[in-house]
Design a protein around this ligand. Structure first.
Ligand SMILES: Nc1nc2c(c(=O)[nH]1)N[C@H]1C(S)=C(S)[C@@H](COP(=O)(O)OP(=O)(O)OC[C@H]3O[C@@H](n4cnc5c(=O)[nH]c(N)nc54)[C@H](O)[C@@H]3O)O[C@H]1N2
Ligand SMILES: Nc1nc2c(c(=O)[nH]1)N[C@H]1C(S)=C(S)[C@@H](COP(=O)(O)OP(=O)(O)OC[C@H]3O[C@@H](n4cnc5c(=O)[nH]c(N)nc54)[C@H](O)[C@@H]3O)O[C@H]1N2
Ligand SMILES: [Mo]
Length: 776
């Protein structure tokens, strides 16, 4: 602990907080002294802590409460998100909710409760909202859950078929020090976006990627940036080449690079024979024997907007150097997102450098802070969630399909699943009205259920679309143990501020419900939150040689034992593919998977292929909606978190989220810098503030995710207009494929026009209308 403040952590890094009456929010925020590259996102914390959009008291949607007052059961309602809320004392709200949980379980069974509750919540090992909720719902008798993430669903499903598991690729990625030392050429599909690397689930104390990018620049390592956006590689990096590829066409480019290696005999046949399976099938597709079309550079050039000679030259450079092929996570967050992952691995396999220091394949450098980090791989203390007696689950991004189509069947990774009939949706620590696609459709989906419960510190769009909104504390208002993947420290998260208004910890809220439902003792095990911290810490500490709890707490942190600095993905497998096989059926890298082929999915055959998506320049819809929108991660916040914070607010243009467009596209539409524009397609529309830059490919516009959704009803049954700039107003709710059913929110076809007249005001920066019971 230092006099500078008390230690705490966040998904964007550890920091110190000090009460300071003169500062915004009454708190001063300082970077952790051990962090060489603190996140700019720290600047959102103080100004958001006491923002007027904090939820002050439990609140229930008026229409829901009125039925309850008349002794009627709740029913589906499209008034969700349109009605005022009534504030209630905690006891009344919890009594009502406990009764509703009992009704749903008795009438419809546990499967009717959707408790997937996807989302990032906050750092902290004990107060982790999803863990708390899942533990609660398991004791309640179970719930329909969700599987995988919006981040990575497609990779999580396809990687096991290609290389045996996803974890190795994600958690044992070649370390930055090894790359800095050995790599001569990085071919970065999606770039290495520096804006993203401050974030790691659970937080880190020492951010390593910014320093690694500087070191690459000093060494003069060549980096080829393949992205529609120049900003995906920091200016300091020696990007010998910016290849502003057409969005969604990376697979075609990868195939053409692979074809060039094949045609010019620049590939490593010995590696392919020793370490991969199915190259012969892939080869027949590449050279055109399979379908009559050679996937050569001339074929790819018009698809991906890169000249054929440039493709061939790049392939030759790759074969002549120690080359690392990296693919960001964004590339799999589109339709057929399996293909750039599979094709990227096939390309790296043909180069024959997988498992060699500085060579091979990487997934997520610049997507998440821990990819390439060589911090300790310690197992951190964690709260047991128990087991869920209900087996029903959905792939996470199928939420709206589930709510709209109960009883319908669908495919998933070789299985045939059925959507359950959900009557109650329970969310703690996520913002579906930020993270899901086609939000107007999600509104209709939420309208189909009886009751929606949301725990939130803030009046987010998801809170506004709920029936029960229960105010929760933020990390600064409670005590916890903090640490993330590859973190160097376990942080003693001290309380730095009193809970806002009547906010309670998720734990306390669920304990109150558990009491009413008769399993209070099983849920709390009789422990206070502080007692839980000791309970989680003490049995864990011998594994890392940490001191007793009181000592750790007073010190404010514990530095975990360091691990090796240098390691290379798949080094052991490469050295001895028989002795250290992969967990694929063949034990090798499967460039053709008989398992996937056996599923018979046209949208994900058994080897990497080029498949046209719906949302790209070549689609029929592009005639009406000619711009490809990239809806990527915001540089000014984590998703939708703290959108009301100063760093996020400062980047708004005309009060809306900034959309970047090429000056030529703007000129063609009469749009000037700083003007409000309307971004639209058949699925909806949003407003945004125009920023003109030649650093985006013409025909491409970029609007990051996370502006709080602010839907304004439109006349004539049109979809609502989000006046604030949430791109999920226009994205499509389409799965990546039948194999993985992943999120495809990264791309959407849109048109953009100048907004004529006075743009309607943003309303989400103030709370919704709140009534008292006496007002009813
Ligand atoms: N179009 C498009 N959409 C996307 C993406 C994309 O690329 N394009 N990316 C997707 C990705 S990768 C992701 S991971 C998702 C992210 O989607 P989410 O994880 O849902 O987004 P967050 O804004 O982090 O939501 C977390 C919510 O938890 C609340 N919260 C914080 N701490 C606590 C707590 O202690 N208790 C409780 N109860 N609540 C808390 C926050 O206020 C916030 O509202 O978005 C996805 N959506
Ligand atoms: N500041 C900040 N950092 C974050 C997050 C955040 O919300 N804020 N979220 C975190 C989370 S949960 C996740 S999952 C990761 C996500 O990590 P990613 O999914 O990798 O991140 P994105 O920013 O969505 O996309 C990275 C880049 O890919 C490029 N790109 C998009 N489409 C294409 C394409 O078709 N071809 C090529 N070649 N490039 C393309 C875009 O220009 C974009 O900037 O980020 C994490 N980091
Ligand atoms: Mo994510």
């Amino acid at each position: 602990m230092t006099s500078a403040g008390v230690p705490t952590t966040s998904h964007w890094g550890a920091y110190l907080a000090r009460p300071d009456a003169s500062a915004d929010g009454g708190i001063a925020v300082l970077p952790h002294p051990a962090d060489p590259a603190p996140s700019p996102l720290l600047g959102n914390v103080a100004g958001a802590l006491r923002h007027r959009t904090r939820v002050a008291r439990p609140a229930v949607r008026r229409g829901w409460l009125e039925r309850a007052a008349r002794g009627l059961d709740p029913v589906p309602s499209d008034r969700r998100g349109a009605e005022p809320f009534v504030e209630l004392p905690w006891d009344e709200a919890l009594d009502l909710l406990a009764a509703e949980l009992t009704r749903v379980r008795e009438r419809h069974g546990n499967e009717a409760v959707f408790g997937g509750s996807y989302g990032w919540a906050s750092a902290g090992r004990f107060h982790h909202a999803q863990s708390q909720l899942h533990r609660f719902l398991n004791l309640y008798g179970g719930y329909t859950s969700s599987r995988n993430s919006y981040s990575l669903a497609t990779s999580l499903v396809v990687l096991p078929h290609i290389v045996g598991d996803a974890d190795t690729v994600l958690r044992r990625a070649s370390s930055w020090p090894t790359i800095v030392e050995h790599t001569e050429l990085i071919v970065a599909f999606g770039g290495i976006p520096a804006k993203n690397v401050f974030v790691t689930p659970g937080g880190v104390t020492r951010h390593v990627t910014p320093g690694a990018l500087d070191a690459l620049a000093r060494r003069g390592t060549e980096v080829v940036l393949i992205s529609p956006l120049r900003a995906d590689l920091p200016g300091s990096a020696p990007a010998t080449d910016w290849i502003p590829i057409e969005p969604a066409t990376d697979t075609a480019l990868m195939l053409a690079l692979a074809h060039t290696l094949l045609a010019e005999n620049l590939y490593d046949r010995e590696f392919l024979e020793r370490c991969t399976a199915g190259f012969d099938v892939f080869e027949r597709y590449l050279d055109g024997r399979a379908d009559g079309v050679a996937k050569d550079a001339a074929w790819a050039a018009p698809i991906c907007g890169v000249a054929a000679e440039r493709i061939r030259a790049l392939a030759r450079r790759m074969a002549a150097a120690r080359t690392l092929v990296t693919v960001t996570w964004s590339l799999q967050r589109i339709q057929h997102g399996e293909q750039p992952i599979w094709a990227g691995i096939a390309l790296a396999a043909m180069l024959g450098q997988i498992g060699l220091p500085g060579g091979g394949f990487g997934h997520g450098y610049g997507s998440m802070g821990d990819v390439g980090d060589h911090g300790p791989e310690a197992r951190l203390p964690h709260l047991s969630q128990g087991t869920n007696p209900v087996r029903t689950f959905i792939p996470v991004a199928r939420i709206a399909d589930m709510l709209l189509h109960p009883g319908e069947q669908y495919d998933y990774d070789g299985a045939r699943l059925t959507y359950p009939d959900i009557r109650l949706v329970y969310w703690a620590g996520g913002n579906p009205f930020h993270h899901h696609q086609h939000l107007a459709r999600l509104r209709r989906a939420f309208a189909r259920t009886d009751t929606v419960v949301v725990h939130e510190p803030y009046w987010t769009a998801s809170a506004r679309h709920a029936d029960f909104v229960l105010p929760v504390t933020t990390t600064l208002e409670r005590e916890d143990l903090g640490g993330g993947r590859r973190d160097t420290h376990l942080i003693a998260m001290h309380r730095a501020a009193d809970p806002y208004a009547e906010a309670r910890d998720d734990y306390a809220i669920l304990a109150g419900l558990a009491d009413r439902l008769g399993f209070g003792e099983a849920f709390t095990e009789g422990r206070s939150a502080r007692e839980w911290l000791v309970h989680l810490y003490e049995p864990w500490r011998p594994s890392v040689g940490a001191p007793p709890f009181e000592e750790f707490w007073a010190a404010g942190q514990f530095e975990l034992p360091a691990g090796p600095e240098h390691f290379t993905l798949f080094e052991h497998f490469r050295a001895d593919p028989r002795g250290a096989p992969l967990r694929t059926p063949s034990g090798r890298i499967e460039l053709y998977s008989p398992t996937v082929a056996g599923f018979g999915y046209p949208d994900c055959p058994g080897h990497p292929v080029w498949l046209e998506p719906d949302e790209w320049h070549g689609a029929p819809a592009a005639r009406r909606f000619p711009l490809v929108l990239i809806a990527n991660q915001p540089s000014t916040r984590l998703h939708s978190q703290l959108d009301v914070g100063p760093v996020s607010r400062a980047a708004k243009v005309a009060g809306r989220e900034a959309i970047r467009l090429h000056p030529a596209d703007a000129a063609a539409r009469g749009i000037a810098e700083g003007e409000v524009v309307r971004v639209f397609n058949d699925r909806g529309a949003c407003l945004a503030g125009a920023v003109l830059t030649a650093q985006v490919r013409p025909g491409v516009v970029q609007l990051p995710t996370g502006a709080w959704y602010d839907p304004l009803p439109q006349p004539g049954g049109a979809e609502p207009l989000c006046v604030h700039g949430n791109p999920n107003a226009v994205t499509a709710d389409l799965p990546s494929s039948r194999l993985s059913q992943g999120c495809t929110g990264q791309h959407a076809l849109v048109q953009v026009e100048r907004y004529a007249g006075d743009p309607p005001p943003v309303t989400v920066t103030a709370p919704p209308t709140l009534l008292r019971k006496e007002d009813l």
